[in-house]
Design a binder for this molecule. Sequence first.
Ligand SMILES: Cc1cc2nc3c(=O)[nH]c(=O)nc-3n(C[C@H](O)[C@H](O)[C@H](O)COP(=O)(O)O)c2cc1C
Length: 419
Amino acid sequence: MVQRQLPNPAELLELMKFKKPELDGRKRRLDAALTIDDLRLIAKRRTPKAAFDYTDGAAEGELSLSRARQAFQDVEFHPGILRPAPDVDTSIEILGGPSALPFGIAPTGFTRLMQTEGEVAGAGAAAAAGIPFTLSTLGTTSIEGVKAANPHGRNWFQLYVMRDREISYELARRAAAAGFDTLQFTVDTPVAGARLRDKRNGFSIPPQLTLGTIINAIPRPWWWFDFLTTPKLEFASLSTTGGTVGELLDAAMDPTISYDDLAVIRDIWPGKIVIKGVQNVEDSVRLRDSGVDGIVLSNHGGRQLDRAPIPFHLLPEVRRAVGDDFTVMIDTGIMNGADIVAAIALGADFTLIGRAYLYGLMAGGRQGVDRTIAILRSEIERTMRLLGVSSLAELEPGHVTQLTRLVPVARADAEARIR
Ligand SMILES: Cc1cc2nc3c(=O)[nH]c(=O)nc-3n(C[C@H](O)[C@H](O)[C@H](O)COP(=O)(O)O)c2cc1C
């Protein structure tokens, strides 16, 4: 028999720990987001469909992106036990300078479209966290504006080499003059990928108002208020005649860029040069031998060639082929700090985040980007602790198995033949 008694008011009072309600709506919203996926959902609610889809979407059937994310989810970790790791050190040396965390912010075009604070929010959050920020050639804040938002931290510049070479070279010279220390030369855009969501939404730059856009705007008044009450949304470094993003890319990019361009850029750029958009072992080795400082294994977040190789799958093979001394970075599909830990364990020197940053930006401007970084930081620290490592240098391939649900058929065949 359970013995019963009357409820004791003192005990009841002890249980009632009502929290003071958070009156700042933005903070309340962001604090409730525990993962990057949570931030994505907030972003979707608050951003007009065309702008959200431009960010969230990828090319054609969006297979490159979903496979890349799946590949990270298919990681199996192997923790060590009884290895005291009371403190974890997440700092790392990359391209001649420090970063407090093993990731930086990837270059993204048209960032103020997602939320009006745009690159200033990204660069400011990067400055506060001590990580590098990359400004895109297609950015919506000037080189000098980014420098002002991140005056003492590391700024990197992403270069598209355009048909009119002089425009590109001039931007590189300006970025170097502003103290940007690394140039990412993007090479995976000979033509624009087919971003079908943008086509279906009739998305163009500058955005056009249609009946559909107006109906979609009604539950998203704050985005529109920001849009209409802040400086005009435009490319900060380029002048354009407008059109779809694909049309703009196709008009500006030169499909004939080659190793010759690399030599010219080497002459112009005094800092480090990395080639972004590398997608096979042979190119990685050739680039190492050409004297660049590093590469980014990337398929542009799945926004260019659909069904492209998954950068995370390429990583171990590329690391083996280029040796330990060449800088290999990776992006595409990172949605969790554990993804970053897995990439470092398998040989990446550094990682870049694109959408994870933009979801935070859309969810809450600068504070949203701070939240993205805080979420990834806590996931990285927790994963390291659970693996039993106290520094990134202790991570090694033995900590990770890539489960092989997605081994390409051709490779599976070849492996079977070897066996
Ligand atoms: C909205 C958006 C715009 C982008 N613009 C550029 C760009 O201007 N230049 C570039 O090199 N990469 C660009 N990228 C690719 C990113 O730099 C990065 O490679 C990619 O976002 C990584 O994948 P993730 O979004 O899954 O992190 C863009 C990506 C997104 C999502």
